[in-house]
Ligand binder design. Structure first.
Ligand code: SF4
Length: 1013
């Protein structure tokens, strides 16, 4: 018997084909009108309905797992009496402290794959509480990504390791130093033979110099580097073309045409935040004369870069090389067969049109390859850029930013072989987590067990630490001095904001001890390194260093561009192209929320709905609708994937726009020693991942297991429909409601008002209630540009951090109780197999005629004279009438005491300017009222009015593309007022006459008129 929610994908496809590009849709279930979906849409809001599992609606196992391990879920159904706190004033306060006034420090967050993003971190009375981008840092320009926003929670994570351990027993750090001293004497005599160090990719100049000094003192020792999501294919690709390891970066600010060969470059990787900003700037529309860049994407998985594309084609990973070859041949890359075949998914005409576009923009275009593509595709991309005159203009080559660039897959392979051969006596592992994330074919754990002495420095007592004799807790980047290089070589200081919370030590200290200098602090190592670089005279050095600390970057350290010439015979090294023998392929990718597993224990990131899929707390086997039909599987059905002699069972998620005959799986889950938040979430993809094919490889058709696993997505929450209508009417109505508005550039130029609300909806309609005069004083409003938004989720995590938002856990998310105050909804348009993707950022709209206010029986939600829709928490009695009357569904109710009031370390992360809500309270976006009030008080004290740009909401500040702008709409010169005056402006559900203060700028696309899709 078929499941009542069985989806006939063929009829979904037919239904969408009938509606064509008229219809925007959010889920396959919605189009299929499944029983479950109809119930959800009918209920619309979650009710207080404890699940049968426990009275609290959450399994006890998961409750215990999350309690005290995240900023969430302490009390559940318990009473809400808050613990008594004692406060004591400073007897002698530090000079720079003004109680209640935060300080900001510039620092940098290192990335697991090397590189860093510059940050300004807020410190409230010595507690780092909020991360912002550093406008002076080239990788940030003031924006951040979700990882940087969430990193402050990692600092305060109660699951961080706290004590030095020797074979499971707590010992002193001095014992470890004694051991290092003995090892130093022992290995000096042997010149280091048998001693190995394993690090992640090192881009810290100081750490690099220490490691090189170590190798100089111990010439027979070896330093290995390994990060699972590394850049070895990219490095090898550059070396194939240019004969040497080089770093490179892209100038999206100069590129008019971009072709992505399976590269998810927006907000991902070393330069991702900067690239998103530059890319958005090149398509920022101010009027009908504004130029726009154009983006072509071929990719297997649906990514945010694909969602931003003007043309996107889903292509199996192994077929991407065919597209690269076809483009290379057409632009005249020497040695590539003229007329080389493209992939079956991409037509010759498509390639021809893309090539014509590229050739018209010689020197102003970019072709880039995804990191998981093999070196040959990277090499082809570089050769194409060289042939188009882009090298040195939009693609800049510099010396490697790594202290010592190596092929990291080779490096870990060599280490594993040596461990197995018994030639490694002592291994020091700094950071990383190779027991969890090394390729399965290396059987790293087994090899590690053959090493006589295993030492480990790591933030968590994780899978690798567990298998080492000695474990030393490592400092978080906010706790210790270091330095890093950004994607363009710019050196930046990692400046601590707080002393180590526990017995933590940095890599500089441990290496210092090995170098015979255990007393030198990380600060001294970093300072001494930079003073040795002679960037300032000794007299000026103090001032120079203070400027570096203030700005967060070391001036004049960006690497100069190198002039490079492709090797004439490089094409011979490419071979004849990737052949794929399997009926299907598997593609391995880092997870957009927890990356390679580094952030698995971060509850903000775990609960964050992943871009496009909106999956939370899990990973899944993503497949296309056609592949699902072929395999006869539905969402949540568990399949068994066999790859290179290993097997993995995972639940299926059917993803519109995914390439056919391909499964994409994400790293980062299935961990056993991540911590209480991350343990046991998802499935361990590393268990089948191998070193010879790290990006993708052939697989037989996966087998159905008959099991089911419930994946939780938020895509089905908060759907705005016209309930009760038949689907044909509903579809048309949803279209007529025009939640997403979009036009092609040419359409926009001929009809700039295409998105404007009808005049009868923009004027005040009659209302039973007296009107308030909003023409005086500050009137706050927001504008969100849907052309600029790339759907990166940074705003969502920023809102969590700024507003002390609790996470609720997988089961509660499943009940529709996720607490996020701002969400990014995914909308699709067009057919099932390659729809266009749109993001809709949804905070509270702060309606002037707010429907939530009229229905509150106790006046808990009120309007301020400045147009803010406010919540007075201690009045709220939890009737939830307001959320039922909110057409945008942006109000969140604390069904339980989600906030953790008991775990001491979590007090550290809280913003003291925002109350922590308890059970039974409605909450929602306040436009960061605490920031508005701070600016108002400051302006009043200084006897002036608030300047435009002085109040920046947390979501706005985090946004890498500057899609969100906030300000005083009564000021005609304010940026927000000017944006709201643009012809693309519209508001959601204008017909309701609720006059939302948040408005949108409609999306404009720039398709190539030559390509008919
Ligand atoms: S609005 Fe939010 S999702 Fe969109 S680009 Fe900005 S931060 Fe990312």
């Amino acid at each position: 018997m078929k499941d009542k929610n069985f989806i006939d994908l063929a009829s979904v496809r037919a239904s969408l084909e009938k509606d064509g590009r008229k219809r925007f849709w959010q889920t396959i279930e919605q189009v299929a009108e499944t029983e479950e979906f109809q119930q959800l849409a009918h209920q619309e809001f979650t009710t207080f309905r404890p699940s049968p599992k426990t009275e609290s609606g959450m399994s006890r196992r998961n409750m215990l797992k999350l309690m005290a391990a995240s900023a969430s879920l302490a009390g559940l159904a318990a009473c809400t009496k808050m613990p008594i706190e004692k406060i004591a004033p400073y007897v002698r306060p530090p000079e720079e402290f003004v109680p209640g006034k935060p300080l900001f420090y510039a620092t940098s967050m290192p990335r697991p794959e090397g590189g860093a993003i510059g940050l300004l971190v807020k410190s409230n009375m010595g507690r780092p509480t909020k991360v912002e981008g550093n406008p002076d840092h080239p990788a940030s320009l003031g924006g951040t990504d979700a990882f940087a926003q969430a990193s402050v929670l990692d600092l305060w994570d109660p699951d961080r390791a706290r004590t030095v351990m020797r074979e499971g027993t707590i010992v002193n750090y001095s014992d470890f130093l004694d051991l290092l001293s003995q090892l130093r004497s022992q290995y000096l005599a042997k010149k280091g033979a048998g001693f190995r160090i394993l690090t992640e990719t090192v881009t810290s100049p100081t750490l690099g110099s220490q490691l090189k000094a170590f190798l100089a003192q111990f010439p027979q020792a070896k330093w290995h580097q390994y990060t699972p999501v590394n850049r070895h294919a990219e490095r090898e690709g550059v070396r194939t073309v240019y004969g040497q390891y080089l770093s490179h970066y892209y100038r999206f600010d100069q590129a008019e045409v971009v072709v992505s060969l399976d590269a998810d470059f927006l907000c991902s990787g070393r330069g991702g935040v900067r690239y998103a900003r530059d890319f958005a700037d090149k398509r920022r529309i101010t009027d009908t004369h504004s130029p726009m860049n154009r983006l072509y994407v071929v990719e297997s998985m649906a990514t945010i870069t694909g969602a931003a594309a003007d043309h996107r084609v889903p292509v199996r990973p192994s077929h991407v090389e065919g597209v690269a070859r076809a483009i290379a041949a057409a632009v005249g890359v020497r040695g590539v067969e003229p007329g080389a075949q493209s992939s079956p998914e991409v037509s010759t005409e498509w390639v021809r049109s893309v090539v014509a576009d590229l050739q018209q923009r010689r020197g102003a275009s970019i072709v880039l390859a995804g990191e998981h593509q093999p070196p040959a595709v990277h090499a082809l991309a570089h050769a194409i850029n060289a042939a188009l005159g882009n090298a040195g203009k939009t693609v800049v080559y510099i010396d490697p930013i790594e202290a010592q660039p190596v092929n990291e897959m080779e490096s870990i392979r060599e280490l594993a072989a040596d461990m197995n051969a018994g030639t490694v006596e002592t291994l020091l592992i700094i950071g990383g987590n190779p027991v969890y994330n090394a390729p399965a074919d290396l059987d790293f754990k087994k090899a590690l067990d053959k090493v006589k002495l295993r030492l480990r420095l790591g933030i968590y007592n994780d899978e690798t630490s567990y298998h080492c004799h000695w474990f030393v807790p490592q400092t978080h980047y906010l706790e210790s001095w270091s330095d890093e290089r950004a994607f363009d070589g710019t050196a930046c200081v990692v400046q601590p904001l707080i002393a180590p919370l526990y017995e933590n030590h940095s890599a500089h200290e441990v290496l210092g001890a090995l170098l015979g200098d255990p007393g030198r602090t990380p600060h001294q190592w970093v300072r001494d390194y930079w003073s040795s670089q002679k960037l300032a005279t000794p007299v000026e050095y103090e001032t120079f260093w203070e400027t570096c600390l203030e700005k967060g970057v070391i001036p004049g350290t960006a690497f100069p561009a190198k002039t490079v010439t492709p090797k004439p015979d490089f094409a011979a090294a490419l071979g004849t192209g990737a052949a794929n023998a399997g009926p299907m392929e598997i593609a391995f990718r880092p997870d957009p929320s927890v990356w390679d597993g580094t952030y698995t224990n971060n509850s903000w990131l775990q609960e964050l709905p992943k871009p496009i899929t909106t999956l939370t707390w899990d990973n899944a086997a993503y497949i296309s609708p056609r592949s699902a039909e072929k395999l006869g599987v539905q969402r949540d059905e568990v399949i068994e994937i066999a790859y290179q002699g290993r097997k993995l069972r995972m639940p299926v998620m059917v993803l519109p726009g995914h390439a056919d005959d391909c499964i994409t799986v994400n790293f980062g889950y299935g961990r056993t020693r991540a911590g209480r938040v991350g343990n046991g979430t998802g499935f361990n993809v590393y268990s089948i991942w191998t070193s010879d094919k790290p990006g993708f490889g052939p697989i037989p058709a996966p087998a159905k297991t008959g099991d089911r696993y419930h994946l939780v997505t938020t895509q089905r929450h908060h759907i705005i429909t016209q309930g009760g209508r038949k689907v044909e009417e509903e579809s048309q109505a949803a279209f007529n409601r025009d939640l997403v508005r979009v036009a092609d550039l040419e359409e926009f130029r001929s009809n700039p008002d295409f998105a404007a609300d009808p005049p009868e909806q923009t004027t005040q309609a009659p209302n039973l209630y007296p009107r308030y005069d909003y023409s005086q004083g500050y009137q706050w409003g927001m504008s969100i540009d849907l052309t600029s938004c790339v759907g990166c989720n940074s705003c969502v995590v920023a809102c969590y951090a700024e507003n002390n938002i609790a996470v609720v856990g997988k089961e509660e998310v499943d009940h529709g109780r996720i607490m996020q105050w701002i969400r990014v909804d995914t909308y699709w348009r067009g057919g099932l197999d390659n729809p266009e993707t749109y993001h809709m950022v949804m905070p509270c709209m702060h309606c002037e005629n707010a429907p939530c206010e009229y229905v509150c029986p106790v006046g808990a939600t009120m309007h301020s004279p400045e147009g803010l829709n406010l919540m007075i928490y201690n009045r709220c009695v939890g009737t939830r009438y307001c959320s039922n009357n909110c057409p945008y569904k942006v109000r969140r109710f604390n069904f339980y005491l989600y906030s953790d009031w008991h775990t001491p370390s979590l007090y550290g992360v809280r913003n003291p300017d925002v109350s922590v809500r308890s059970r039974g309270v409605m909450e929602k976006c306040t436009y960061c009222v605490q920031r508005i009030k701070e600016a108002e008080i400051k302006a009043e004290v200084e006897g002036r009015t608030i300047k435009d740009g002085e109040v920046v909401t947390a979501c706005q500040q985090a946004c890498p593309t500057q899609a969100i702008v906030f300000g005083n709409i009564n000021d005609p010169n304010s940026k927000v007022a000017n944006l709201k005056a643009q012809s693309r402006k519209y508001v959601l559900l204008a017909e309701l006459n609720i006059r939302p203060r948040t408005s949108y700028l409609a999306r404009v696309r720039n398709p190539n008129p030559e390509i008919k899709e």
